[in-house]
Design a protein around this ligand. Sequence first.
Ligand code: ADP
Length: 263
Amino acid sequence: RGGQAEREIPFAQPGSLTRVYAVASGKGGVGKSSVTVNLAAAMAADGLRVGVVDADVYGFSVPRMLGVTQKPTQVDDMILPPLAYDVKVISIGMFVPGNQPVVWRGPMLHRALQQFLGDVFWGDLDVLLLDLPPGTGDIAISVAQLIPNAEILVVTTPQRAAAEVAERAGAIALQTHQQVVGVIENMSWLEQPDGSRIELFGAGGGQAVSDSLTRAVGAPVPLLGQVPIDVALREGGDSGTPVVLSDPDSAAAVALRGVAKTL
Ligand code: ADP
């Protein structure tokens, strides 16, 4: 839309009924995208109108995890997002050829996010989930500028080192005056056939992030759920069917469906 005036972002308008959750993590590989797509699929299965923006420029994996191979189509000057499991999906990965890396500077990312939010025909949504890149980079600040009412969801593993960087990702919200809605701990344990648990990545990270953000914000930032390590979740991501749909009674799916209900 070169040269044209920017379109208003519907979700940022006063009176917007869409709840926007920006899913953040301190570092990559903690399961942020897996959590995002499963929350989206679970909410859509519950009858909510859901959209997902994959803004993880370095690790755009949402299309694969939702089995989306179609490209967005253009109607007039609006972009129509592909649909997967009743979730409207748009991803940076849909706009780069093949499996190319994205080497963009902050202003280009800002512009891309602005278009994803303003130029995509989302229709009326109950929930919009944004999969942010890991860390505390430019996109988090762009989200704060473009949708100040977006609420932050922090994903961490139980590991101390992961929790410390997750705290920093959550603390950005203090500077941008956004609300932190809660923390999700992922890869919390591996359940053995005899029911005992192996804590592969230690314990306590999610609670530590919740405690520290609660202190920093001065209001409760609850630990919303603990998602175990589960082969079914990984398989669901690889095959493009979120585990909350493919195996809803698996341990990870039960935890994720629980979180989806509390949001
Ligand atoms: P991030 O978005 O934080 O980089 P991903 O969601 O891409 O992380 O997850 C990284 C890898 O770990 C993926 O292969 C995913 O399938 C796997 N994974 C994530 N959470 C779990 C879990 N609870 N159990 C098993 N595998 C998981």
